[in-house]
Design a protein around this ligand. Structure first.
Ligand code: CAA
Ligand code: FAD
Length: 379
């Protein structure tokens, strides 16, 4: 067993950490306050090759592994969880399914543009009446000659409105339930495709979350991903890996909150000594650090399994479940370590606490992760 990162993985971590500190952290609080997405940050990630980390060079990627991918999301989320999820949704939710199920033409066109960062990606599964019960979707895609006509709406879409390429799930055969779902690649600007409500959120406020509306939206049959009826399998296998991206986001938030708390506990003095000198505070920091390490081991392990071509669905659900819950525990404690100051926007830990909450909700709530893990160990 080898817990050592490779030189390439260490180099990537250093590169992303430098980038995150210089280009992402300085505006994180302001973007959060203004609910402002910054495309310039995504463009700079593209220049560094981060928008195509795991894909081969022929498709515009840099040919690294999934451990490198989670390290990148972790380092970004350590300073700004919104930037972390922008990359995670782009890579594991929009690009991965095209890499895995796309034909050569789809990879040369859509995947290449996503990998090089010319295009930003999004994944559209959830609907107003279909969240945890993803198969209960209502959006339809009716075949009409060489096209499909999409009608319906998707909600909560990360990168919605700002993304260029959307992976959209719709019913091609409504009577067949989940076996009647298909996956489509839809480009921004297609007639009949528009954007609805942009959500006002508790956290990850500089990551846009937007409704997508399809009204007689005509999609060429070349944009069908995989076969008709294969959509639910595509959606589920995509989430198998995507969930580990959210684990990495949660891990980054947790590590960031721990770093800030340890720093503050050494500096802040009460009763004539640093608050860290109290066991009540140092035990909190010890529990936080232990949670962070456990989350990291689960997250890196799931990524390693995926890189090795071994089954990783259960590991990924576990990493998301543990890291999400740990990030929530840790960020609540971080605010406590800061006392009253932690409750204000003068310090970043309140943002970390607001951001952590989403990691227990999206890409399958943590109740759904328990359901997935439970089914896997009892089937
Ligand atoms: N891999 C391959 N196939 C899978 C699978 C997987 N991981 N999970 C299920 N399937 C297959 C099953 O084998 C079954 O196939 P057959 O009919 O051929 O036997 C079929 O799918 C149906 O499976 P289930 O009966 O288990 O399906 P279900 O309706 O009970 O739902 C569920 C399962 C796991 C709860 C699923 O609905 C689910 O994952 N829900 C949560 C939705 C979710 O995570 N949404 C995230 C949206 S993206 C997001 O949030 C973005 C973001 O964060 C940025
Ligand atoms: P519901 O499914 O209504 O669940 C409500 C509560 O009931 C939850 O606590 C849930 O855990 C619990 N529950 C439901 N069923 C069960 C069960 N069987 N057993 C136990 N408990 C259960 N979706 C996308 O497709 N693409 C995106 O890019 C995307 N980004 C998102 C970004 C944000 C900020 C948010 C908030 C959501 C995003 N989502 C996205 C949607 C997200 O995946 C859903 O919100 C999530 O899957 C839960 O669905 P729901 O909100 O409808 O809750």
């Amino acid at each position: 067993m080898n817990f050592q990162l490779t030189d390439e993985q260490e180099m990537l971590r250093k590169m992303v950490r430098d980038f995150a500190l210089k280009e992402v952290e300085p505006t994180a609080a302001e973007r959060d306050e203004e609910e402002r997405f910054d495309r310039g940050i995504f463009d700079k990630m593209a220049e560094l090759g981060l928008t195509g980390i795991p894909w081969p060079e022929e498709y515009g990627g840099i040919g690294a592994d999934y451990v490198s991918y989670v390290i990148a999301v972790e380092e970004l989320s350590r300073v700004c969880a919104s930037t972390g999820v922008t990359l995670s949704a782009h890579l594991s939710l929009a690009s991965w399914p095209i890499f895995t199920y796309g034909n050569e033409e789809q990879k040369k066109n859509f995947l290449y543009r996503l990998a090089t960062g010319e295009a930003l990606g999004a994944y559209a599964l959830s609907e107003p009446g279909s969240g945890s019960d993803a198969a209960a979707m209502k959006t339809t895609a009716v075949k009409d000659g060489d096209d499909y006509i999409l009608n319906g709406s998707k909600v909560w879409i990360t990168n919605g409105g700002v993304a260029d390429i959307y992976l959209v799930f719709a019913l091609t055969d409504p009577d067949s339930k989940h076996k009647g779902i298909s996956a489509f690649i839809v480009e921004k600007g297609t007639d009949g495709f528009s954007f609805g409500k942009k959500e006002k959120k508790l956290g990850i406020r500089s990551s846009p979350t937007t409704e997508l509306i399809f009204e007689n939206c005509r999609i060429p049959k070349e944009n069908l991903l995989g076969a008709e009826g294969e959509g639910f399998k595509i959606a589920m296998t995509t989430l198998d890996g995507g969930r580990n991206g959210i684990a990495a986001q949660a891990l980054g938030i947790a590590q960031g909150a721990l770093d800030k708390s340890a720093e503050y506990a050494k500096e802040r003095e009460q009763f004539g000594k640093p608050i860290a000198a109290n066991q009540g505070i140092s035990f909190k920091l010890a529990d936080m650090a232990t949670d962070v390490e456990a989350a990291r081991l689960l997250t890196y392990q799931a990524a390693w399994l995926e890189s090795e071509g071994k089954p990783y669905g259960k590991a990924s659900a576990m990493s998301k479940l543990f890291a999400g819950d740990a990030a929530m525990r840790i960020t609540v404690e971080a605010v406590q370590v800061y006392g009253g100051y932690g409750y204000t926007k003068d310090y970043p830990v309140e943002r970390y606490m607001r951001d952590a909450k989403i990691t227990q909700i999206y890409e399958g709530t943590n109740e759904i992760q328990r359901l997935v893990i439970g089914r896997m160990i009892t089937k």
